[in-house]
Design a protein around this ligand. Structure first.
Ligand code: HEC
Length: 115
């Protein structure tokens, strides 16, 4: 029982360290800007940070592409749409109101675990 507790504690610490490191990869101003873009462009209507809804969870997206340099492709898919990558019948619609720079910021934020 006690070991179980210690294990869990380790997991929490390790996870905290990983997300902490990922968050450290982005300036806090960029994190708030990305969060605002996420909230104000309808993303939250289909995506949750950690739970699957009609679209995949942001943290699941981050783990699938962990360590891969996919930021530019992802930014393009955010603006132009995506289908079939997550086994959904549904598609991610084109979100053309975003500037390429904003889509890039969102991709960087998502890939760092949506801190
Ligand atoms: C109408 C619902 C909807 C909205 C609004 C939406 N998404 Fe999506 N999104 C989806 C679905 C469904 C998928 C899975 C598509 C697939 O299987 O390729 C997805 C996939 C994604 C992916 C993964 C693409 C990849 O490279 O694998 C990212 C990143 C993403 N969305 C970000 C966003 C962001 C950022 C916004 C807001 C600007 C947003 N989504 C708005 C439904 C939505």
């Amino acid at each position: 029982m006690r070991y179980l507790f210690i294990c869990r504690l380790c997991l929490v610490l390790v996870f905290g360290a990983i997300t902490g490191m990922a968050a450290a990869g982005m300036k806090s101003g960029d994190v708030s800007a990305a969060r605002a873009l996420f909230a104000n462009n309808g993303c939250a209507g289909c995506h949750d940070i950690s739970e699957r809804s009609s679209g995949p969870a942001m943290r699941d997206i981050a783990s699938r592409y962990q360590g891969k340099k996919v930021n530019a492709d992802m930014a393009r898919r955010i603006r132009e749409g995506s289908i079939g990558r997550w086994g959904d019948a549904e598609a991610h619609p084109p979100i053309g109101v975003l500037e390429p720079r904003e889509a890039r910021l969102l991709a960087d934020w998502i890939l760092s675990g949506a801190p």
